[in-house]
Design a protein around this ligand. Structure first.
Ligand code: SAM
Length: 254
């Protein structure tokens, strides 16, 4: 049972402020090796999940003859924003917002390498209190980020606030595996192998232990869909990938 004054940081109950601080520390610690670790932990699968996520978004550069506004929250080192940029060229406005400066800084360096540094706005900010005006965004994305947010419902309300009418919300996140046998194998892999790789590659077992635990604490597919409806989103649906290891939730602001 969760104490309402407390938040989950992995399996530990901490105050909401401590959770936010701890999440910043985790990503400070892993920022430099974050991209490498994603490949190692998922066997490259995260690239396929992200590619499919982008295909579901079907990005385009303009709407009614004006440039579209994209906001990638928890944008980290840029994987989602860069894929959107690759799909639509430089015509749209793409902003990345993240709590962690070190993650954004790795992202900025990657953008420089691609010759894309001026194609993005880089915003240090919290998904729970976005430094953006109401109704200023057409497409809101959050990939592998919502799990780390202290108050998920506050972040959903913020997403709804910044979206324009007709705007869409897309979330890619680790979720809950359905078939029991696969769920057991996945548990074995994630509780044993992921912290082990984290220890060897980043010398930081705890951050990857947190990663695994935070996945287990994240709402089920149906629960998150209901919370999106409670936040006033319409046409809410979700699609599992890899038997529910990850899921994409989407909804529309009418
Ligand atoms: N979206 C990127 C990707 O798919 O590779 C990065 C995902 S990384 C697992 C999670 C990111 O969420 C980190 O960069 C972290 O700093 C950010 N984050 C965690 N809590 C946040 C919050 N409350 N607001 C904004 N960003 C947050």
């Amino acid at each position: 049972m969760q104490n309402p004054e407390k938040s989950w940081f992995g399996e530990k109950q901490v105050s909401p402020d401590e959770k936010t601080e701890n999440v910043i520390e985790v990503f400070d610690s892993v920022a430099d090796r974050y991209d490498l670790m994603n490949d190692l932990m998922s066997g490259g699968m995260h690239r396929l999940w992200k590619d499919k996520f982008i295909r579901m978004i079907r990005p385009r550069s303009h709407i009614n003859a004006r440039a579209m506004d994209y906001l990638d929250v928890a944008g980290g080192t840029g994987d989602i924003a860069f894929r959107i940029r690759k799909k639509i060229g430089s015509g749209a406005n793409i902003a990345l917002c993240d709590l962690n400066d070190n993650m954004l800084s790795v992202g900025r360096n990657r953008a420089i390498d691609k010759g894309w540094i001026n194609d993005f706005s880089w915003i240090t900010g919290n998904a729970e209190k976005l430094p953006l005006p109401d109704e200023s965004v057409d497409i809101y994305t959050i990939a592998f980020g919502l799990r780390n947010v202290t108050h998920i419902d506050t972040a959903l309300a913020e997403a709804y606030r910044v979206l324009r009418k007709g705007g869409k919300f897309f979330c890619l996140e680790f979720s809950h595996v359905q078939p029991t046998l696969l769920a057991k194998a996945y548990d074995m892999y994630s509780y044993n192998v992921i912290p082990f790789i984290g220890d060897k590659v980043t010398n930081d077992r705890d951050s990857y232990q947190y990663l695994v635990e935070s996945i287990r604490k994240f709402p089920t597919q149906e629960n998150l869909a209901q919370r999106m409806r409670d936040a006033n989103f319409n046409s809410v649906k979700y699609n599992n990938m890899s038997a529910g290891i990850v899921a994409v939730h989407q909804g529309k602001k009418m």
